[in-house]
Ligand binder design. Structure first.
Ligand code: HEC
Length: 130
């Protein structure tokens, strides 16, 4: 009985979450990028992209609208130095979806985010990093 009660609570919680998600979809336009979801998806990126000097990746604070390879204190690859991009939404989406396709030979060890909505949500979150 104890166990059953626990399950019911989990079920109720799932239902509540599902309802909240449906409501959010009704209230917000369904296709709108979601920075909150992007933030959750960003967790694995944060393993490398921190502000610490010994971070494996460059800081992404203010990356939106910045030129590629713009941080003086980060050792970018030659490929990234030569890329000569501005990190607007289109370039970020293309790079995150297929890092080697967009900047061939760059050093970021990421396979690419294949879900287009996920990529949009991450870009939306990156835009909030100031
Ligand atoms: C294992 C470490 C690692 C992970 C995980 C990682 N990155 Fe990177 N990222 C890098 C490195 C290293 C570079 C620099 C690449 C170069 O110089 O060739 C980079 C570069 C970038 C740049 C360009 C920054 C600039 O200043 O030009 C962006 C944007 C970026 N990463 C976003 C992300 C996002 C978003 C994720 C998660 C989906 C992610 N990265 C996951 C290591 C990582």
């Amino acid at each position: 009985m104890q166990k059953f009660g626990g399950r019911m609570r989990v079920l109720a919680l799932n239902l509540a979450t599902a309802t909240a998600c449906c409501l959010a979809l009704v209230i917000c336009p369904a296709a709108a990028a979601d920075a909150e979801h992007g933030k959750a998806l960003f967790a694995p990126c944060a393993a490398c992209h921190t502000d610490r000097p010994d971070a494996l990746g460059p800081s992404l604070k203010g990356v939106f609208g910045r030129r590629s390879a713009a941080l003086e204190d980060f050792r970018y690859s030659n490929a990234m130095r030569r890329a000569n991009l501005v990190w607007d939404a289109d370039n970020l989406r293309a790079y995150l979806s297929n890092p080697q396709g967009k900047v061939k030979g760059n050093r970021m060890p990421l396979d690419g985010i294949t879900d287009g909505k996920d990529a949009d949500d991450i870009v939306e979150y990156l835009e909030t990093l100031r």
